[in-house]
Write a protein that binds this ligand. Sequence first.
Ligand code: UDX
Length: 437
Amino acid sequence: MNITIVGTGYVGLVTGTTLAELGNSVYCVDVDASKIAKMKNGIVPIYEPGLEEMFLRNIQADRLHFTTELSEAIDKSEVIYLALPTPPGEDGSADLSYVLGVAEQIGSLMTNYKVIVNKSTVPVGTADKVREVLLSKTNSPFDVVSNPEFLREGFAVEDAMNPARVVVGSTSERAKEIMSKIYQPFTNTGIPIIFMDEKSSELTKYAANSFLAVKITFMNEIANYCEKVGADVDHVRLGMGSDDRIGHRFLFPGIGYGGSCFPKDVKALIKSGKNENYDFKILEATEKVNQKQKVILAEEIDDYFDGQLQDLKIAVWGLAFKASTDDIREASSLDNIRIFLERGAKVIAYDTVAEENVRKILGDQIEYAKDMYTALEGADCLLIATEWPEFKNPNFKLMAEKLKNKVIFDGRNMFPLELAEQNGFYYKSIGRKTITP
Ligand code: UDX
């Protein structure tokens, strides 16, 4: 099948490459000519493990094409996926101007039946809005389908090729048949495709992400309480997670959730609720708790040094919002660094892949180390903000040599407590006993 993807951001690119891998001829459209030129030359514009290989393989097989010409791509395909940004507006609601703008262009250009598939995370009722825009521009037949994606950054290829489920929101039999055909390689291997109406499908995405944000936040509160009563969150987590109604995943406490999805989607669902006079109290609390959790260790560090952070040097391991990505959107590292800088401390940071992105925001307000140990030279303490595997089993002897004080604040519970104890470190993590030498 010929498929067009409008928007070659993270979702569009991964979706396009996956659909090509499933045997379709995919036309990726973007207004950014330099990006399109790069991709034509085989350059993947984002960091995502496993993507480059699949991307190059499909270009070589002549199944993945790139263009800035929307009209050309529309002519070629019956199915058009929209993978456009929906950034939060000032009030938290999703900005639909890109989605509706492109819908308008498609309406003006299309001359025969098309299925317009919404891949972007959009508020309930967006399929209806896209439909209205198209109706105002064309007399050709069409269907609008909601087909949310559930990709995790860092695991996008794995998630895209082996999804837990495919959700398709459509009340049109013709469109449902086409979508079934596209996802047949999945259904053949037992991956369920769940059909529902457009609105339920749109809400499924928000509900899933918000639930996970609540789950993490609940665990963060349990962790904070563990510290108060002398319990160990690792035990509690295992005990709880073994009940398969709860499950072990997304129960890891830390310094809050970040990234491009959870914060945005929680905000947007709260706002959508308000539009209907409904208060999502649990989500409002989640947002508040998360905001505080993100900087819980910056405040602990401030306490540790008796509120005297000025002229201290603080090393930060990890800048990305989580491991396996260079994405720093809503990263806890940045909130902590801002507090350190405001209070007069110097910061020296190291990240496996995200340094370049942080440079764009913080420039030379902080120092960047070439490796994890160099970051520690002469530092008064270390904050671990991202769970990169390279931090998991460090050389504690070398750390002790480089750091001015043997003090670690760990926002991702990277080490067993005994390891810190044996190596004579002050070690403060989340929801566990503080080790004092
Ligand atoms: C998320 C959803 O998982 C995905 O289905 C959706 O399509 C997009 O949003 P992503 O933002 O890539 O994916 O990251 P994810 O792995 O879900 O982690 C989100 C945040 O939660 C990170 O900041 C991570 O550190 C944090 N997290 C996750 C925890 O603090 N504890 C956990 O147990 C799991």
